[in-house]
Design a protein around this ligand. Structure first.
Ligand code: ZN
Length: 413
């Protein structure tokens, strides 16, 4: 109940009228608020975020594309870690997201495990020996000093064999970058630092994964009627990674920033009579494998050949080093228009041209022959898919410039 009360209180934040950046700060603060649980699948964070978008759409008087609501529902499988995670070494409880990450596919574990250090130089010995290891053993694979890509990929494959029987502790000093999985393993894989296990022989693990099957999530779709038949589509995924035990992944840059830009644009065009029909889509389940846009293009609520262009926004909270455009090579004509607006208005110091990549929601549109680009910003904070992607450090210093660029681009389409 308390969540509902708090949620209601930030629903009441009315969209400020003093400029897009200030509007963005309010939206991003709301979308990254703990009460949205990282917009993932623990405590229904994704549904709370979808309701936030729908509520904003109705404030701006957007037209629902379906009978009487803004939602296009679809089902996903998703592996979650809804309860507290205990990883205790030498009497010290390690901190989720800071000291370790559970591989998103991880299964459950409970109890004290003896650590068995995997020796890369005697793999065949090990493979013979592993069946004799006691039940409560966790296999430690230290890849922190391995340089060879071939060895690393061999060990990666082996990891998925080992985890069928034992928890695997994967030691390296790589950045912690989390994601979401639709499946579960028999045991967990835990990424941590070699330092955490120095001189240790045991580890205590206690946590439970929960694979949610056929969970209903949704796209949020609103329309502003235009004077012409064709559509311009703005899209941004509103979902993020959610929570891993008590660790929250707020996803300020990815993609509260793009969601906020979507809302800024909807709010702006709602007060105009635009040339084209404008469609605003907050996609769900992008982080689960670009599922929301896949659902949309395969069950399109509008005729796909009426879409003049899709502009997808994902990670747009920085920009001090410019912007990048994915699928720009194929969309050369439209991108040329964007580049010329950018130079004449002196907005960004660089427009990086990229080819196609299946890395966000523009992709499925392109696959169906619909002109689509994906814009993200460059420079500024480096936090990505980790607990540090927070709104307090997101610069938004080029947010108004991106807004201007998009408005001017639509005029030229
Ligand atoms: Zn994203």
């Amino acid at each position: 109940m308390i969540y509902r009360i708090i949620f209601f209180s930030f629903l009441c934040i009315s969209a400020p009228i003093f400029g897009q950046k200030e509007e963005a700060q309010a939206h991003i603060a709301a979308l990254t608020n703990i009460e949205m649980f990282g917009r993932g699948y623990v405590n229904n964070g994704h549904a709370i975020a979808a309701n936030y978008l729908a509520n904003e759409f109705s404030k701006y008087n957007l037209t629902p594309i379906f009978e009487n609501n803004f939602f296009q529902e679809f089902n996903i499988d998703v592996n979650t870690f809804p309860t507290e995670i205990d990883v205790i070494v030498g009497g010290e409880k390690l901190i989720a997201g800071k000291d370790y990450l559970l591989d998103p596919q991880s299964g459950s574990a409970s109890g004290t495990y003896s650590l068995f250090k995997f020796d890369i130089d005697s793999i065949s010995n090990f493979l013979a020996k592993q069946l004799d290891l006691p039940l409560k053993t966790a296999i430690v694979v230290d890849v922190s000093t391995i340089k060879s890509i071939d060895t690393l990929s061999m060990l990666n494959e082996l990891k998925y064999e080992l985890v069928k029987l034992f928890p695997v502790i994967w030691l390296n000093n790589e950045k912690f970058t989390w994601s979401v999985s639709s499946s579960e393993l028999a045991n967990p894989i835990i990424q941590m630092r070699p330092l955490n296990l120095e001189n240790q022989h045991k580890i205590y693990l206690n946590f439970k994964n929960e694979l949610l099957k056929d969970l209903t999530t949704k796209n949020v779709i609103g329309k502003i009627p235009g004077r012409k038949e064709k559509f311009i589509v703005f899209s941004a995924h509103y979902d993020h990674l959610g929570m891993m035990g008590s660790a929250v992944f707020p996803g300020a840059n990815d993609n509260a920033s793009g969601t906020s830009m979507l809302l800024s644009l909807a709010n702006y065009y709602a007060k105009k009579k635009p040339k084209y029909n404008m469609l605003f889509i907050g996609f769900g389940a992008e982080e689960v494998g670009i599922k929301g846009s896949y659902t949309f293009v395969n069950n399109p609520p509008i005729e796909m050949d009426k879409i003049k262009m899709v502009i997808n926004l994902d990670i747009v909270g920085t920009g001090s080093d410019g912007i990048a455009i994915v699928n720009a090579v194929e969309q050369e004509q439209n991108v040329k228009k964007l580049i010329s607006i950018n130079s004449s208005k002196k907005l960004f110091n660089k427009v990086k041209i990229r080819g196609q990549a299946p890395n966000s929601d523009h992709y499925w549109f392109s696959q169906k022959g619909v002109p689509a680009i994906f814009i993200y910003t460059l420079g500024g904070v480096k936090a990505y898919h980790d607990i540090y992607d927070i709104h307090e450090t997101l610069p938004l210093d080029k947010y108004n410039d991106l807004f201007t660029l998009l408005i001017k681009l639509v005029k030229k389409l």
